[in-house]
Ligand binder design. Structure first.
Ligand code: HEM
Ligand code: NAG
Ligand code: NAG
Length: 529
């Protein structure tokens, strides 16, 4: 009797387990109706984890959507969408919260930034603190940016290129771009006087980049299996090498030091010194503490600011450097477009051919249609963040791509790489064709549709976006990026033509933020009269 009761209970337990682990997720859950990217997806995340471990996330998801349509199931509780209506519009514009993936991967100094905050409430408070200093109108009329543009582009960048052109020495522009964009972003955040000078300090730039990128091969562990590395470490097996911890410490010290220097310039209103973003954030946090009647814990505030600044520095430099690298690469393969672009750039007043103290206004540069098209098409074909932006579905349930009752806390991703390759929206999607963005060559409806699918900056409340739509949206950050990138391209292509010397391993790695696999692009610059 006793034996049969316990065997009955074992059978019941077994059946319950089979139901919960296999029958329910594979046949009963509303997710079961969604096409499976792999037969094992409903019952185990092992398949997608393995693909991510092998750094084939993007091609795996791309292939799944090509085969199965706009929504696929990647794991027991993970799906991917690849459409606008019922896809990115519901998830991102609809404000689904970020997945904990973000603080896992990008957290620093034991705190979170605007980028890594999960909840929408703390996020919108932080965002409100910073919106003003990044608005398009602030940026376009900023005396600080005017000083910064002149210092970084005219005084630092152009002489390097001029000297390379006159000695016919090829340059690794990717390396150069990573110095250029860091100088640009850090000068705006922390003040020109106390920002970085990576462009001119080759040795420090290379050291810094080495530190920064040394951690990238191990991102997978933080992103997808956050408990694995600490557990294995306790067993004496380090999957994340010690040099990563050392690099993290060095980068924390680096940003804390930059912030300390900016703190000493807080009282300045000189546009070459005033640390615009740092100051805004510091004052806003002080004000918030005063309002809450609490005295700010100085160490906590210091770390909060440094974490925010670190995130903006790194988010800002890496993406825009990669974008510029691919832009130079494409232009170097399209001499006819270089010529057209140069003709357009030379209509600027004053011209960038002999830049003096005055640069053309950001507004004038921003309104050149071919330049806009070249930048946009590059971000479409070579999105610096081509990969997944994980969110979680809300309670009690939602509908995506026509599938109803999707349970809460399901991880949902979309990826720019795939959205940008819809042939119905972008014919011959693999071709780099700036014309597809020109008003003069496309109907209003075609342009609208292309803008709706354009996802290089993501969409919704988490891109620092003031609303509006398409590319002429009053987007905050994008405005800054576009201004920076456009000025650099304008300054270079007004004066030089570029040809490829070495583009070995130019294809992008498969990661959240990409870069050329070879981490370089060697070009030759010729001065044009
Ligand atoms: C070509 C240049 C850039 C591209 C392609 C780009 C792309 C993106 C994308 C796709 C997101 C959404 C990420 C997600 O939800 O997973 C994002 C967010 C963000 N970016 Fe950029 N970005 C660029 C430049 C910059 C610059 C220059 C800065 C800073 C100065 C910056 C700071 C941020 C921040 C703070 C967020 C998080 C906003 C939030 O969660 O509220 N980015 N960017
Ligand atoms: C920071 O800026 C101030 C100007 O306020 C300048 O005096 C100082 O030398 C700068 N610090 C560094 C390390 O460049
Ligand atoms: C994404 O996948 C495609 C294949 O589908 C591949 O050709 C491409 O290089 C990959 N890009 C990135 C950024 O991983």
């Amino acid at each position: 009797m006793a034996v049969s009761i316990s065997s009955v209970s074992i059978v019941v337990l077994l059946l319950a387990f089979v139901y919960k682990a296999i029958i329910y997720p594979a046949f009963v859950s509303p997710l079961a109706k969604i096409p499976n990217a792999h037969w094992s997806a409903p019952i185990s995340p092992a398949w997608i984890l393995w693909r991510r471990f092998r750094m084939t996330n993007n091609r795996t998801i791309q292939a799944a959507h090509a085969r199965l349509g706009p929504i696929v199931r990647l794991g027991p509780s993970e799906i991917s969408v690849n459409c606008v209506e019922g896809g990115i519009k519901s998830v991102y514009t609809g404000g689904f919260e970020k997945h904990e993936w973000y603080p896992r991967v990008f957290g620093s100094l034991d705190t979170v930034s605007m980028f890594t905050m999960i909840g929408s409430k703390p996020h919108s408070i932080r965002k409100r603190m910073l919106s003003n200093v990044y608005s398009k109108s602030t940026l376009q009329s900023s005396p600080h940016l005017q000083k910064i543009s002149h210092a970084v582009v005219v005084e630092r960048l152009l002489p390097i290129i001029q000297s390379a052109a006159s000695t016919e020495k090829p340059i690794d522009v990717h390396d150069l771009n990573m110095g250029l964009t860091m100088d640009f972003v850090s000068a705006y955040l922390l003040g020109l006087a106390n920002g970085t000078n990576h462009l001119q300090d080759d040795e420090y730039r290379k050291h810094w980049l080495h530190l920064y990128f040394s951690r990238k091969p191990y991102e997978f562990y933080h992103q997808e299996v956050p408990n694995l590395a600490p557990r294995l470490k306790r067993l004496g097996w380090r999957v994340i090498p010690k040099h990563c911890d050392q690099a993290n410490e060095a980068l924390d010290a680096w940003v804390l030091n930059l912030c300390d220097k900016a703190a000493r310039s807080l009282d300045s209103t000189d546009p070459s010194i005033e640390p615009v973003v740092y100051k805004q954030l510091k004052h806003a946090l002080d004000k918030q503490s005063a309002k809450e009647g609490s005295k700010p814990a100085p160490l906590q505030q210091k770390n909060d600011i440094a974490c925010e600044i670190y995130d903006q520095l790194t988010a800002g430099f890496e993406t825009s450097a990669v974008g510029l690298t691919y832009l130079f690469w494409e232009l170097s393969q399209h001499p006819e477009i270089q010529t057209q672009l140069r003709a357009e750039l030379r209509t600027l007043k004053p011209p960038l051919t002999s830049p003096g103290a005055e640069l053309p206004s950001p507004k004038a540069i921003d309104s050149l249609p071919l330049l806009e098209a070249v930048v946009t098409e590059t971000l479409r074909l070579h999105a610096p963040i081509p990969g997944i932006q994980p969110r979680v579905t809300p309670a009690p349930s939602c509908t995506l791509a026509g599938y109803e009752n999707i349970p809460p806390n399901t991880r949902v991703n979309a990826q720019a790489y795939s959205l940008h390759r819809n042939p119905a929206v972008y014919p011959e999607p693999e071709a780099w064709r700036p014309e597809r963005w020109l008003k003069s060559e496309n109907s209003v409806a075609e342009l609208e549709e292309r803008r709706r699918w354009f996802w290089a900056f993501g969409s919704g409340g988490r891109i620092f976006c003031a609303g509006g739509r398409g590319l002429e949206f009053g987007s905050l950050l994008t405005a800054g990026v576009m201004l920076e990138s456009k000025l650099v391209v304008a300054a270079i292509y007004s004066n030089f033509e570029t040809t490829i010397v070495d583009d070995t391993d130019i294809e992008a790695i498969d990661a959240y933020t990409v870069h050329p696999r070879g981490q370089r692009l060697v070009l030759k610059f010729n001065a044009v009269a």
